[in-house]
Design a protein around this ligand. Structure first.
Ligand code: PAF
Length: 283
């Protein structure tokens, strides 16, 4: 496994791979890798000759009051995990390399980014779409892998990749959970022991929604109310949003039918966690 830390070096390698007729996949990450990332790398390993894992804590997707500075970083641990999962290259450019002085080009995916996390984190998806578009240009993969935990991000990237005619296939793989149900996230490291227990309420609220839908409830308002009740019973928890949306456009729905996404963002103490479930609902 090779670590590549400049854009010119990465571009040179990509040219060599292309000349050799090798296919490339990209797993974009911000590092502090966990089993969720490993599942993406393992899938990529099965489908292309070369697997590139990018590690870049992207400053432009963090708001001024967010956790850019304290976002967990551990390159040595990441290199070991990426190697074990099957990566050939860890691409870890510097912020100066990605956004040199005078940088002024951004990618904005409209509409899909107005809701859910986009509403609470203005500018976040512009930062995500911009960095992913740049990574696509540098690495030029056939396939790129993302996790379903960031369901809205995956949709935004699919739209961006299609609208910009990148020709890149976007694969979105299931959420990987801890044994007690907590969705894996690099931010789980922020949780104290008691917050870690409290954080289970995200999954519990989703399980409650799933059970209600399975037993025939179709009114979004009632399901959201039941989820809210569970969350407000936990003193350290504060819901940012709880939404049930149409998976094709992320618009809120009143009566469930077809493919729906039940998504929530909840602060546990100061840590903002997200989670979701996708459900096929019969009328
Ligand atoms: O999901 C993430 O880790 C990031 O948002 C991504 C896609 C790597 C862009 O910085």
């Amino acid at each position: 496994m090779k670590v590549v830390d400049t854009i010119p070096r990465m571009s040179t390698l990509v040219k060599i791979f292309r000349k050799e007729g090798k296919s490339i996949s990209l797993v974009p990450t911000m590092g502090y890798l966990h089993e969720g990332h490993a599942s993406l790398i393992r899938a990529a390993r099965k489908h292309t000759d070369v697997v590139v894992v990018s590690i870049f804590v992207n400053p432009v997707q963090f708001g001024p009051k967010e956790d850019f500075e304290k976002y967990p970083r551990d390159m040595k641990r990441d290199e070991a995990l990426a190697t074990t999962a099957g990566a050939d290259i860890v691409f870890a450019p510097s912020a100066k390399d990605m956004y040199p002085d005078g940088y002024s080009t951004y990618v904005n995916v409209e509409r899909l980014t107005d809701v859910l996390c986009g509403a609470s984190r203005p500018g976040h998806f512009k930062g995500v779409a911009t960095v992913v578009a740049k990574l696509f240009e540098i690495v030029r993969p056939e396939i790129a892998y993302f996790g379903q935990k960031d369901a809205q991000q995956a949709m935004v990237i699919k739209k961006m990749a299609a609208d910009l005619n990148t020709g890149i296939e976007i694969k979105v793989l299931p959420i990987i959970r801890e044994s007690d149900g907590l969705a894996m996230s690099s931010r789980n490291i922020y949780l104290s022991e008691s917050e870690r227990k409290d954080a289970l309420v995200l999954h519990e609220a989703l399980k409650k929604a799933e059970a209600m839908i399975k037993s025939g409830e179709r009114e979004a308002k009632k399901i959201i109310r039941a989820m809210k009740e569970l969350i407000s019973a936990i003193p350290s928890a504060k819901a940012d949003y709880i939404s049930i949306v149409d998976i094709t456009n992320l618009k809120g729905i009143k009566v469930l039918s077809g493919e729906v996404l039940v998504a929530l963002a909840v602060f546990i103490g100061k840590t903002r966690l997200i989670d979701n479930i996708l459900m096929k609902v019969e009328k």
